[in-house]
Design a protein around this ligand. Structure first.
Ligand code: IFM
Length: 734
């Protein structure tokens, strides 16, 4: 069972299910590597993983997914050839803990063997200073004489969802330095990956080496006894051809050896210092509500542990670096749910996300043309090239085991508009128009062009419409005039106009040249025509906005009724045969999301009417949903109603109770979008914080329990501390 206190989260579970959950709950990461919170002797079925950001591979015709590197911190104890496992029957006590202030994972396990108790205390970090580095302290003690064997090294027996992904293994040993280096190549594109490790051990131990199909290991014989402790310090390194043009093996070797020379204490102290700096900019203090405080900080920890500070152009996958779920792909989650926090605290990270979209523009153009459109249709599930990793059959029917045709890839056209929305918000807040010249202006124009070629002119209504789309509510596919999609696409056209005007003032030559290169003049003229007659669904007489054409005509039954129709708890609710498809039950915030994003265009009355209508009809089957209901509720004056939605969002990776399967496909992992949603709700929702039109403001509407909230933002390059109470707010330069 897990326990949360201050900056610590612990769990003492040993079942396979616990191991799986703790892999997410206790994970450490540094934006480049994600190391799951599994014990170091983990069986492959417990899903240990070292996920390398930006490196993907495909096995045969299975789904492309991120590469799980061989584990260089692998370690397993034996007494008389019997392994000591966290799940063993001879376990006396076991606990794993994550210190999420500093990203330090630790575990303490005691076993009894023939009346002798053996204790292991291990600590490890995914170094936030040198992102290629993994380090572990592994301390063994016993209360009586016993001979213990430790097998430590590079373990290749990793569990892949759709693997394996590596081949052409080459091993290099450097006995003098106790170094093991394993080089391998990915199967699909032969991208090199190298892993190295070396060990520093104080005390009287005998060391041998073991090389097998499972990997390369040092094998230590330890004569343990009362009052003796054996401290092993393991220094590992990972490099891939996706992040360096240099020889990965050489780099991994150098990093492992330089870490050995530097030593655990110094590395740990640098790592802590960097985390202190991160929290200085990124922390949020909530006074009066300890649980909310810990849960929010824990959410922010997860965001920081995947933030790609090491790369100029990289984004974050929907399940962070917690595994291979969702193909390690980048979704709209980044732009709509994760970017707002970083935009206020470390805007450089948002620039990196935008550059990733600039860099993947060719993939988006290929996708548009594949479907017969012009411009840029971004991947629903994007990997390193921007080609869509989303399969046409993205869920499995639980009854037949057959793939189900889904339309996420083909019809969630709002993805291109979400990206433009994020660019526009970035420019509004930072004033950094250079990014437009780096390629973001081209992204905006190509996205606009895509929508201009996608839309439909309805002669009957004399208006432009968007037909055959899927909105955020994925249970209703291929609908017409999804209110959210129409509004956000309209905002793409508005953004074109705003950014063109801005650049004309700053550097007219640039925009003229770009228009000429892209032959955009005709599109621009057409866009102006379209804007005059673009259809934006409006509230009805009861102030409710219909989610899409004829949504109100669908069966209006309760969530419980729909649930009662399920024949299997893992059944997929959407698509042609799903239980929700022909009803008004929706998966996640859709109209509500639109009202949050474009809040200043709608009255509180409209906001309240839509909340009241849609919430009982929402499953919240996506982790992206609760935070939007919470924010809209705050914006329309009801913080108490919002509070439980906030808690559900902030605790999602603590409780681990979110959906683990979508129609037979494993979707577990961490939830960065919800982590970002927790921040949005606390800061933008409860504090009513906004940074718009050159000024910062707050409209406090704190929940009853909250006395004071303190957070930092970067504005015009300055760090500002914002303090919000029930009665007002103050700003202070840091
Ligand atoms: O992007 C989301 C989507 O909105 C709902 N399904 C999960 C995706 C990844 O988080």
């Amino acid at each position: 069972m897990y326990r949360l206190r201050n900056w610590l989260i612990s769990d003492n579970g040993v079942s396979e299910e616990d191991m799986l959950q703790n892999g997410n709950r206790l994970m450490t990461g540094n934006g480049y590597l994600g190391y799951r919170g599994t014990v170091s002797e983990a069986e492959p079925s417990w899903m240990p993983a070292v996920i390398v950001s930006g490196l993907y591979d495909r096995q045969g015709d299975l789904w492309r997914e991120p590469v799980n590197a061989p584990d260089c911190l692998y370690a397993k104890l034996f007494v008389r050839d019997e392994p000591l496992m966290a799940s063993g029957e001879n376990v006396l006590s076991h606990e794993q803990t994550l210190d999420f202030r500093y990203g330090i994972y630790s575990r303490e396990t005691s076993w009894t063997v023939d009346g002798v108790s053996v204790t292991l205390h291990a600590e490890r970090i995914t170094d936030i200073c040198n992102v290629h580095r993994l380090c572990m302290k592994y301390a063994i003690s016993a209360d009586a004489p016993v001979t213990i064997t430790l097998k430590q090294g590079i373990n290749c027996a990793v569990h892949d969802l759709n693997g394996p992904h590596l081949g052409n293994f080459r091993l290099d040993k450097d006995e003098k330095n106790g170094l093991l280096v394993l080089d391998a190549d990915t199967l699909e594109k032969a991208v090199p990956l190298s892993v190295a490790c070396t060990v520093d051990v104080a005390g009287d131990v005998v060391c041998g080496t073991e090389v097998s199909g499972e990997g390369a290991f040092h094998v230590y014989t330890i004569k343990a006894d009362k009052d003796k402790r054996f401290d092993f310090f393991v220094y590992g390194a990972v490099y891939s051809g996706a992040d360096t043009a240099e020889d990965c093996g050489v780099k991994a070797r150098e990093t492992a050896l330089s870490s050995l020379a530097e030593g655990w204490e110094s590395i740990l102290s640098g790592h802590r210092k960097k985390w202190d700096e991160i929290w200085l900019k990124g922390d949020v203090i909530i006074e009066g509500d300890d649980y909310a405080q810990h849960a929010l900080r824990y959410s922010l920890y997860h965001l920081h542990s995947i933030a790609p500070r090491h790369a100029k152009s990289l984004s974050v996958p929907a399940r962070g670096l917690s595994g291979q779920t969702y193909k390690g792909a980048v979704f709209w989650d980044t732009e709509m749910f994760i970017s707002p926090y970083f935009l206020c605290t470390e805007p450089d990270l948002v620039a990196r996300f935008i550059r990733y979209r600039i860099h993947t523009l060719p993939g988006a153009k290929r996708k548009a043309s594949e479907y017969g459109y012009r411009g840029a249709f971004y991947a629903w599930e994007s990997q390193e090239s921007g080609d869509d990793a989303c399969s046409l059959f993205n869920v499995t029917d639980v009854f037949t085991g057959r793939p189900v045709r889904t339309y996420f890839r083909d019809k969630q056209i709002h993805i291109s508009a979400d990206i433009v929305h994020a660019i526009r918000t970035y420019i509004n807040v930072t004033g950094d128009t250079e990014i437009l010249k780096e390629g973001a202006m081209e992204v905006i124009l190509e996205c606009a062009r895509f929508f201009l070629s996608y839309l439909y002119y309805s002669p009957e209504h004399d208006r432009y419409e968007l037909l055959d789309v899927t909105g955020p509510d994925e249970y209703h596919e291929r609908v017409n005039n999804n209110a959210f999609t129409n509004r956000i696409v309209f905002s793409v056209f508005e953004t074109v106009q705003t950014c063109v005007d801005l650049l004309k003032k700053q550097d007219g030559g640039f925009i003229e040249k770009l228009f000429a290169e892209l032959s955009f003049d005709t599109d621009m003229a057409f866009m102006h025509e379209v804007m005059k007659k673009f259809y934006l669904p409006q509230p009805d007489s009861g102030n409710v906005i219909e989610q899409f054409d004829h949504y109100f005509k669908l069966e209006d039954c309760s969530l419980d009724t729909v649930k009662s129709r399920l024949c299997d708890p893992r059944e997929y609710w959407g698509g042609a045969n799903g239980v929700a498809g022909n009803t008004q039950i929706i998966k996640q915030a859709d109209v509500v999301l639109m009202l949050v994003l474009f809040g200043n265009e709608y009255s509180d009355e409209i906001k309240r009417a839509n909340l009241a209508y849609y919430e009982p009809r929402t499953e919240h089957g996506s982790s992206l949903s609760n935070c939007m209901y919470a924010q809209l509720s705050c914006a329309s004056g009801n913080s108490e109603w919002a509070y439980p939605f906030f808690i559900k969002t902030a605790e999602i990776d603590i409780t681990g109770t979110s959906k683990q399967f979508a129609g037979g496909i494993y979707i577990g992992g961490t939830h960065p979008a919800a982590n970002g949603g927790a921040w949005m709700t606390a800061v933008q929702g409860f504090c009513g914080f906004s940074m718009n039109d050159g000024k910062i403001s707050c409209k406090p509407r704190l929940p009853e329990k909250w006395k004071r909230v303190v957070f930092s933002v970067v504005y015009n390059g300055e760090h500002i501390e914002v303090t919000v109470t029930k009665d007002g707010y103050s700003l202070c330069m840091k």
